[in-house]
Write a protein that binds this ligand. Structure first.
Ligand code: HEC
Length: 141
């Protein structure tokens, strides 16, 4: 009880203006029973679109975004006109799409925005209108 009150106060305090990273930290600290962090299997710890892509997306969509056909079909993200609308990849990440797990639920708003902005500006995709973490937050289930 007491510990809960303290973490709650801390989270409220942090939510009032310290940086997003500190907030996330407080959030993780405030949810000790939610399970281990993803370095141990729960949330992704990579920062930045490039690192997230390499660690999370490339396993299925391949390092160059070319996609793959094997046991399942992984669509190319390279030169993919469906990425023209920023909301589309955000929605796929947050809600999943058939064989694509909703991996964005294991990421912070910033991480989702970063990896979406990364794929929309790499692999021959020219879409420079960046997604902000607030957009991701608003789109969450
Ligand atoms: C476990 C494998 C897997 C991982 C990891 C994965 N994806 Fe996917 N992704 C898929 C599959 C399968 C589909 C196709 C779903 C369908 O249409 O049935 C897909 C579809 C998509 C689409 C829609 C493409 C289109 O043309 O409609 C986007 C965008 C996408 N993924 C982005 C990402 C991003 C960004 C990451 C990394 C954060 C990622 N995916 C990680 C398997 C994966």
């Amino acid at each position: 009880m007491r510990a809960f009150a303290i973490t709650r106060t801390l989270a409220l305090f942090l939510a009032t203006g310290v940086g997003a990273a500190a907030q996330e930290h407080a959030l993780h600290a405030a949810l000790p029973s939610a399970g281990p962090a993803m370095s141990e299997g729960k949330t992704f710890t990579e920062a930045g679109g490039e690192a997230l892509y390499a660690q999370v997306c490339a396993a299925c969509h391949q390092a160059g975004g070319e996609g793959a056909v094997g046991a399942a079909s992984y669509p190319p993200l390279r030169h993919n006109q469906k990425l023209a609308s920023a909301g589309y990849p955000v929605t796929v990440l947050l809600y999943g799409l058939r064989g694509m797990p909703p991996l964005g639920r294991m990421m912070s708003d910033t991480q989702v925005a970063d990896v979406v902005n990364y794929v929309r500006t790499h692999f021959d995709n020219p879409y420079g209108d960046a997604v902000a973490p607030e957009d991701v937050k608003a789109a969450r289930p």
